[in-house]
Design a protein around this ligand. Structure first.
Ligand code: SF4
Ligand code: SF4
Ligand code: SF4
Length: 156
């Protein structure tokens, strides 16, 4: 099971989850028409006029297809760079008060979509490992809405 330190090593859930592959200044995006929004086949990128784009995992997660970065490069915006790592700033967090597996109900739904970064102790008590890329694939799959992506503190 996770230590107390694990549970408290997060900042408050941010309202904005940034796109992967950011290399340049995302402030440039405020003037952009948001080419990445249509490029994303998973439809997880949203952008309001005059604001920066953000990810929303309520329906799907990021499959790191790089299409957002490719179109950003093509349009000469230089905010996203397809050579950057497949990672999103943040980390998944399980609300243990909602998670079925912390209440003696067998549920392995999150592990079904993530074999690498969610570790169960036997059939129960899932924990998020440091290998989490914050892809968000586990968020919509959880029947309890127990998983969110939060900003991890520096060095965590
Ligand atoms: S990498 Fe692909 S799935 Fe992920 S946000 Fe970009 S376009 Fe969408
Ligand atoms: S899918 Fe949700 S309820 Fe099921 S084990 Fe994972 S976090 Fe818990
Ligand atoms: S726990 Fe797995 S599925 Fe969930 S955000 Fe992290 S890497 Fe993605």
């Amino acid at each position: 099971m996770g230590s107390r330190r694990d549970f408290f090593s997060f900042k408050k859930t941010p309202s904005v989850i940034n796109l992967p592959y950011i290399k340049g200044s995302i402030d440039v995006c405020t003037e952009c028409r948001g080419y990445c929004v249509n490029a994303c086949e998973e439809s997880i990128i949203f952008k309001k006029e005059g604001e920066i784009p953000y990810l929303d995992f309520k329906n799907k997660g990021c499959i790191f297809c790089k299409k957002c970065a490719f179109v950003c490069e093509e349009k000469g915006k230089a905010v996203l760079n397809s050579l950057m790592e497949n990672i999103i700033e943040g980390k998944a967090k399980i609300d243990v008060s909602l998670c079925l597996s912390y209440h003696q109900v067998i549920c392995l739904s999150c592990q079904d979509v993530c074999k690498t970064s969610i570790k169960f102790s036997g059939m129960f008590y899932p924990e998020i490992l440091n290998t989490c890329t914050a892809c968000g694939l586990c968020v919509s799959i959880c029947p309890q809405g127990a998983i969110s992506i939060v900003e991890s503190q520096k060095g965590k």
